[in-house]
Ligand binder design. Structure first.
Ligand code: SAM
Length: 217
């Protein structure tokens, strides 16, 4: 899966995408990351990418010309890819959608907004608008990393133990994973529940099911 990220701050991505599971996915050849600096497509000698909004208002908007040029460049590299726009107005990202995108396996072109947002005309090139939650961040970079992490770890072959993705939180409706423990059995007087030490798999399964979905407020 080719993942192309359009951003004014492409340097933000490597520390996250080139670490741990996301790096392993790349190392295995399952994904390929490409960072497209929107500034490259800026206008004039100053490489301008933003302008004031028509109708007035605070802040600046990303101009359409650089955004269109960047997306068109990315499309040439991967014509089948879907274009995603990170925006608080988008569909809220859920585990179910992340799983679908991972299984679909289509390339992703991800646009990260900045400032007060973007010229609305960019949405004509966008297949999906994605929000990572009902709050506003400074830019689309962190949301894009959240989207990429949620999807890439679910691409078959990335996690290794596929079973862990099947039982983790939100894999079945909004169920949450049961509490887990590792050694030592007694840590500062806090003991591992007896049932987990019993070796009785049926009882352990029953306990886990009872505990699932009971942690969230
Ligand atoms: N003025 C916009 C609004 O009220 O919806 C917020 C703009 S925000 C400061 C700048 C950019 O950050 C957005 O264009 C978007 O790309 C990104 N962003 C901020 N919060 C986000 C969220 N919850 N989900 C996805 N993207 C977000």
């Amino acid at each position: 899966m080719k993942i192309q990220i359009i951003s004014l701050f492409p340097e933000m991505f490597a520390p996250v995408l080139e670490t741990s599971m996301l790096w392993k996915a790349k190392d295995k050849g399952v994904v390929e990351y490409e960072y497209i600096n929107l500034r490259t497509y800026g206008l004039g000698p100053r490489k301008t990418v933003d302008d004031t909004p028509y109708g007035g208002g605070d802040g600046m908007l990303l101009k359409p010309e650089p955004l269109f040029a960047a997306v068109e460049h990315a499309k040439i590299q991967d014509p089948e890819a879907f274009v995603y726009l990170m925006t608080p107005r988008g569909e809220r990202l859920m585990q179910k959608r992340a799983r679908e995108l991972a299984q679909e396996g289509k390339g992703m072109i991800i646009i990260c907004g900045r400032y007060e947002g973007y010229d609305e005309r960019i949405t004509t090139l966008v297949d999906r608008q994605v929000s990572i939650g009902d709050y506003v961040l400074t830019g689309g970079e962190l949301p894009a990393m959240v989207l990429i992490d949620a999807v890439v770890r679910l691409i078959p072959g990335v996690l290794g133990g596929e079973k862990s993705a099947e039982i983790e939180s939100f894999s079945h409706g909004d169920n949450l994973e049961f509490p887990q423990y590792t050694r030592p059995e007694d840590f500062r007087g806090m003991k591992v529940p007896e049932v987990l030490l019993s070796g009785n798999h049926a009882e352990i399964e029953k306990w886990r099911q009872a505990q699932s979905g009971s942690q969230k407020e």
